[in-house]
Design a protein around this ligand. Structure first.
Ligand code: ATP
Ligand code: MG
Length: 233
């Protein structure tokens, strides 16, 4: 469903007099329906940037990202019209950033329910699903109506993951979803990702912990030198 071919990203830093910084170079891989690809490599090797190029937060400098949507017709994510891409994001592609982008004065419950509300679900039902997820992630119930801006790093991260899985995207891009979590919460998140995978969601995930990544990934792509996927994890 996803073919990434010779993708590269170079950043031009204007306050360094136009100096070029390489994000990553020549990355190729494919992802099948329902598959989980792990992305690893040292800090600064371009893992987050690869996900951002697929999600079009960044535009790649060169290369192709071909995606076959649910309705069948293959499209090029890096070059398709913005409106069409936004529609695709809305319908089937999710991204969990490394850090929660806090929405001011929206309660934790509504931050999590929002993707369902935006997709037309009835508010009572959306909030009830959000509540169930937050409970499962062991967020104390007195925090449901509080604003996540003041939450701890691990609490924010769990809000972020709940918001990503609640609407069962078809393709989910996950950037270090467990980095600030204790072992108990980490286990719950991994279980949730496994369940999501069973519904047919394809995922690309970056994990700090290699062992953890190998416990969910079907294959691992190591970024760094000449990035092609390594065999099975
Ligand atoms: N918006 C940007 N502007 C300039 N340089 C950037 C930008 N985003 C990323 N980079 C650079 O691209 C390189 C890759 O960064 P990236 O965040 O993708 O690495 P990473 O593998 O995710 O690292 P980490 O494991 O520390 O999260 C780094 O050298 C970084 O400084
Ligand atoms: Mg990163």
């Amino acid at each position: 469903m996803l073919h990434v071919n010779r993708l590269s990203k170079t950043f031009t830093i204007h306050n360094l007099g136009g100096k070029a910084i390489e994000g990553f170079r020549d990355v190729s891989f494919h992802l099948c329906q329902g598959e989980f690809l792990g992305l690893s490599g040292p800090s600064g090797s371009g893992k987050s940037s690869v996900l951002k190029c697929i999600y079009r937060t960044y535009l790649p400098t060169s290369g192709e990202v071909a995606y076959t949507p649910d309705d069948g017709e293959s499209v090029r994510l890096e070059s398709m019209p913005e409106q069409d891409f936004l529609r695709l994001r809305h319908r089937e592609i999710g991204h969990v950033s490394q850090f929660l982008r806090v929405i001011p004065r929206v309660s934790a419950l509504d931050v999590v329910a929002e993707p369902l509300l935006r997709r037309g679900m009835e508010p009572l039902q959306a909030r009830s699903k959000a509540r169930a997820l937050l409970e499962r992630l062991r967020i104390p119930s007195y925090l449901f109506d509080a604003y996540p801006a003041t939450f701890s790093g691990g609490e924010q991260q769990r809000i972020n993951i709940a918001r990503a899985v609640i609407w069962t995207p078809r393709l989910l891009l996950i950037d270090e979803p467990t980095a600030s979590l204790d072992k108990g919460s980490e286990k719950i998140v991994i279980e949730m990702l496994r369940e999501l995978k069973q519904t047919g969601t394809s995922m690309i995930g970056i994990f700090h912990d290699r062992e953890l990544m190998q416990s969910v990934a079907d294959r691992v792509l190591v970024l760094g030198n000449g990035s092609v996927p390594h065999g099975r994890a």
